[in-house]
Design a protein. Structure first.
Length: 149
């Protein structure tokens, strides 16, 4: 019984945990590298802007919060709320895809539950996103309204 528990539950869950933590660590490393690169560009930009001001020309560069340059999607969308909405929707979509990947891998690799498990997982995930996104949007709107009033 104990060996079945280890092979059927502990190993798959532990493997999933290690993979998830690896992905999160890689994301943090990329974010840190981008922040360091943005600071270096900002330092170069400050030196270049003073030289360009002396020459009478200057190239404007968009800098986001914290001195970071915005990502590819954020550069295409105007600032403030539309950009925030794009970021939230992209995060929700990425989270949904990750959740569905975990569900499918769990279903075919571990559980093999009879019934409509996969269909329920997909519709349940969509319902979860459908409920939480408007609530998150309303909470964000209230927060910014309270903070900036």
């Amino acid at each position: 019984m104990a060996t079945e528990l280890i092979s059927q539950d502990v190993v798959p869950i532990g493997t999933g945990y290690v993979i998830l933590m690896g992905v999160l660590a890689a994301g943090l490393r990329v974010q840190r590298r981008d922040a360091i690169r943005a600071r270096a560009q900002e330092a170069e930009g400050t030196a270049e802007s003073s030289e360009a001001a002396d020459a009478g020309t200057g190239a404007a560069r968009e800098v986001g919060p914290g001195g970071r340059t915005p990502g590819v999607v954020a550069r295409r969308v105007p600032a403030r709320w539309p950009r925030f909405a794009v970021q939230v929707c992209a995060t929700a979509l990425g989270g949904y895809v990750l959740l569905m990947a975990v569900d499918v891998l769990y279903y075919y690799g571990v559980a093999r539950v009879a019934g409509q498990f996969i269909e329920s997982a997909f519709t349940g995930g969509l319902l979860l996103i459908g409920i939480t996104l408007p609530l998150f949007g309303a909470a964000s709107w209230l927060y910014f309204r309270w903070r900036h009033s």
